[in-house]
Write a protein that binds this ligand. Structure first.
Ligand code: CTP
Length: 405
């Protein structure tokens, strides 16, 4: 195997982690940088997590380093704390049967790097780098990086039976890297898409969001649709049309909430349906709330140009997000200066109103009740629309007059 070599001195994250590799080697074991970091170096991308693979068994790593945390020791992973940084150090392993298509029934630790790389998902992720900067590329990962191909290591069907999430990872790497799927890998996804049913929603959600937020989203999405993976994602079995509509727009989503709102719009969801859908996707409460707010803004904007009250209700940031869809969705045209409209709002939040509910109770001598919220809503809207000035006395006079009408 011919080895490509890189100069580790140029990559500070590797340089910082080098003493960990050296320390393991001084103890007569092998150690390599593996996985995403090696791929990212060859792609000239930012290196994120540094993962180390080693021939040392977990207890041997714990003997070598004084500070470690057992993060997944049954799978061979020990976290090493070294000079302010942490590194996941994982013993070379092959994995036994995956009867449930998720986690191996057993992990067998091995002493060979090649055996370890053989059970990784894609050739571009099955690269290892030693302390001299030499790259170990048993499965032509470098060629696939050059040719921009996502190809399973060995037999794709076996890789997907080992972990069905890899099918989602394949399309998200397409989206992230603007690569293509190798045809054999694609066919295997098409044939085994149903295995995704075995995977937890939480894991699918992470990959789906990465797919939807990637640089080459529409390419990834095309594979996602054509392979029919979507049929095995939460509540997306009837989502083909909506996904195709997203595939037809050039906009790059800047957040998962924006993505969910646009998907919800194309699925023709109302806010309740969107909430149910996002619960099925196990989204956080915060994410659900924001996605619903964005969808509500989309529906408002669909029928009217931005008004002061619309700006006030949704806030400048959301309004600007929605504005980027106006042309694409054929919403009413507007030349409104959003920043100006925002700056001119007499109040920006309910807290800015010059009176409170207590003031209303005192002024009306009525018992507290739902009427307070209704009155505050009316006052708030009147102030925002500049029918009423935000002065305590004027508000109370207005309120009294409204109450008697
Ligand atoms: N891996 C795998 N099968 C999986 C997940 C991970 O074979 N289902 C292997 C790959 O070699 C991968 C490495 O474990 O490169 C690390 O996985 P992870 O950190 O999840 O992903 P990265 O490839 O590092 O990609 P990213 O950082 O973009 O998530």
């Amino acid at each position: 195997m011919e080895k490509k070599r890189i100069d580790l001195n140029v990559f500070p994250p590797f340089l910082e982690a080098l003493p960990v590799i050296k320390r393991i080697e001084e103890n007569d074991f092998e150690a390599f940088f593996v996985g995403g970091s090696v791929r990212d170096v060859l792609l000239n991308s930012t290196i994120n997590d540094i993962d180390i693979a080693t021939s040392a068994f977990p207890y041997e790593i714990k003997d070598i380093f004084p500070h470690t945390i057992d993060v997944g020791i049954e799978h061979g992973t020990v976290m090493v704390l070294f000079e302010e940084s942490t590194y996941e150090v994982t013993t070379f392993r092959t994995e036994g049967d995956y009867k449930d298509f998720r986690r191996p029934d057993e992990v067998t630790f091995v002493r060979s790097l090649k055996e370890d790389l053989k059970r990784r998902d894609f050739t571009i992720n099955a690269l290892a780098l030693n302390k001299k900067g030499e790259i170990f590329d048993y499965f032509n990962g470098i060629k696939d990086i050059e040719e921009k191909k996502i190809r399973a290591v060995g037999n794709p069907k076996e890789r997907f039976y080992e972990d069905a999430l890899r099918m989602m990872r394949a399309v998200r790497f397409v989206s992230k890297l603007d690569f293509d799927l190798d045809s054999e890998t694609f066919l295997a996804i098409q044939e085994h898409n149903f295995l995704l049913q075995k995977i937890s929603v939480e894991r699918i959600q992470i990959e789906f969001i990465k797919l939807m937020l990637g640089n080459a989203r529409n390419k990834g999405l095309a594979y996602f649709i054509e392979s029919e993976l979507y049929r095995y994602c939460p509540s997306l079995e009837n989502g083909q049309r909506a996904l195709e509509k997203i595939e037809g727009i050039p906009t790059r989503f800047s957040s998962s909430e924006e993505m969910w709102a646009v998907l919800g719009y194309f699925m023709e969801f109302n806010h309740k349906q969107l909430e149910k859908f996002l619960r099925q996707w196990k989204c956080s409460k915060k994410e659900i709330k924001e996605s619903k707010a964005l969808l509500a803004a989309v529906y408002c904007r669909k029928t009217a140009i931005p008004s002061a009250y619309y700006m006030y209700t949704f806030g400048l940031e959301r309004v600007k997000t929605i504005e980027s869809y106006v042309e694409l969705f054929d919403f009413p045209d507007s030349s409104t200066e959003l920043d100006q409209l925002w700056d001119q709002l007499p109040i920006k939040t309910r807290e800015d109103i010059a009176i409170t509910g207590t003031d209303l109770i005192q002024a009306s001598e009525r018992k507290p009740g739902k009427w307070i919220a209704d009155a505050l809503d009316d006052i708030e809207r009147a102030i925002v629309e500049q029918r009423l000035s935000n002065q305590r006395e004027e508000i109370l006079a207005w309120f009294k007059e409204e109450a008697t009408n």
